[in-house]
Design a protein around this ligand. Structure first.
Ligand SMILES: [Zn+2]
Ligand SMILES: [Zn+2]
Length: 418
């Protein structure tokens, strides 16, 4: 290992810096703007939590808990986990702080890093970012439809239109047991041919066989019973209203009966937004109802629903659509000589006080190299100040993209540029 490699970031963990960071900021800002029009407010839960929070909520036999969590002991021997997802910490916070006493539904959004020890592959990182929302305290199917159409508005604002909206209902604790039995019957003579993960899923969590991506399992699940055929009256009615409201709101959804989601806490509505543009790793957002989770954490019965958006994939989609707005300085002040350098600091300060992005030359660079820098930064304007300009009281300006130029008195620079 060379000394340079020795100081590299951890495997599977990426740095994010300009110009790509501007796409991230655009996505984050769009999410805030759109979600706030639906009344979602920001909630910041910690990145580390007691391990039990995740084991209890996500489920002991899920891939996340079994294989992927960053779990370690702190100095007092407590088991700590870096959050692998955002829902469990938010629900823990909701219960611990009695937020259920506030008017329902309470609507929150969060954004930040999540951590999973996965095999590094293209588009997958061990520290990855999600923006998510959770609405707690209502089982009204209006909320389900509203949240899915909010997601659609978010993607449209970003200019991403060719996305698929898959929806499903995976029932409740009343109707799912019957479905599980029928699924177990279906796979009982196929266990030997299932992948090792699905062999275990057969024992602990047979629904998850349905979203296995291994070829053999995909073949084997053809003709499997469909969860929506087993829904109880309540779940069926709920799902039907969700679908009719999605029609009303012009969400171009498809029912995908294989989409069961990887976490144990989901009930009723589940949904995914997918794209074919990124190859096999194709979900850009996913979510669902979790009507029992608040109770699992010791809170009162509180039906809830949420989703999470995978930032890396949305950023990748925006990059591939070449839709990138890189901000640039408005003014570059090039100077010749010490008096001009001082003057440039005064002008720069005043412009910055008025919210203008100003760059100046450093270290006595030649005029030529300063102009080259202004060009590389794609500055809108260059101001040129030398001894002549100081004595005449006028500054030379040039608009870099259209080539127009002229001279204005120092006192008019501010009006000219702001
Ligand atoms: Zn049900
Ligand atoms: Zn499998």
């Amino acid at each position: 290992m060379s000394s340079a490699e020795r100081y590299n970031a951890l495997k599977g963990i990426q740095d994010i810096y300009p110009p790509e960071i501007y796409i991230w900021q655009e996505v984050e800002k769009t999410a805030r703007d759109v979600f706030s029009t639906y009344g979602f407010q920001e909630l910041r839960a910690p990145i580390i939590e007691p391990t039990d929070i995740f084991v209890r909520s996500i489920g002991e036999t899920t891939d996340i808990v079994e294989k992927e969590m960053y779990t370690f002991s702190d100095k007092a021997g407590r088991s700590i986990t870096l959050r692998p997802e955002g829902t469990a910490p938010l629900v823990r916070c909701y219960v611990q702080n009695h937020l259920y006493n506030l008017p329902s539904p309470q609507k929150f959004f969060y954004s930040g890093p999540m951590f999973r020890y996965e095999r590094p592959q293209k588009g997958r990182f061990r520290q990855f970012y999600q923006i998510g929302v959770e609405a707690l305290g209502s089982s009204d199917p209006k909320l389900d439809a509203e949240i899915i159409s909010m997601l659609k508005l978010f993607f449209e604002r970003l200019g991403l239109k060719e996305l698929n909206y898959d929806v499903n209902s995976i029932g409740c604790e009343k109707c799912r047991p019957d479905y599980k039995i029928s699924l177990l019957n279906f796979f009982s003579d196929k266990i030997d041919r299932l992948c090792p993960d699905c062999k275990r899923r057969y024992e602990y969590n047979p629904l998850r066989i349905l979203d296995c991506k291994v070829d053999e399992c995909i073949t084997l699940k053809a003709g499997a019973p469909r969860v929506i055929d087993f829904l109880c009256g309540g779940c069926r009615a709920h799902f039907d209203v969700v679908l009719s409201l999605l029609n009303l709101l012009n969400v171009p959804y498809e029912i995908n009966t294989n989409m069961v989601r990887g976490l144990d806490y989901y009930t009723r509505t589940t949904f995914e937004v997918t794209t074919k543009q990124l190859g096999a790793q194709n979900a850009v957002a996913a979510g669902g109802r979790y009507d029992r989770l608040v109770e699992e954490f010791g809170g009162p019965p509180t039906p809830a629903i949420g989703f999470a958006i995978g930032m890396e994939r949305v950023v990748e989609l925006l990059q591939s659509s070449n839709k990138q707005d890189i901000p640039n300085p408005k003014v570059f002040i090039a100077t010749i000589g010490a008096p001009a350098e001082k003057e440039s600091l005064i002008i720069a300060n005043k412009l910055r006080e008025n919210g203008v992005w100003v760059e100046i030359g450093y270290a006595g660079n030649s005029l030529k190299s300063q102009l080259r820098k202004a060009d590389r930064l794609s500055s809108d304007y260059v101001l040129i100040i030398g001894d002549d300009e100081i004595s005449s009281g006028k500054v030379k300006w040039k608009h870099l993209s259209d080539g127009t130029q002229g001279e204005i008195p120092f006192s008019e620079v501010y009006d000219f540029l702001t």
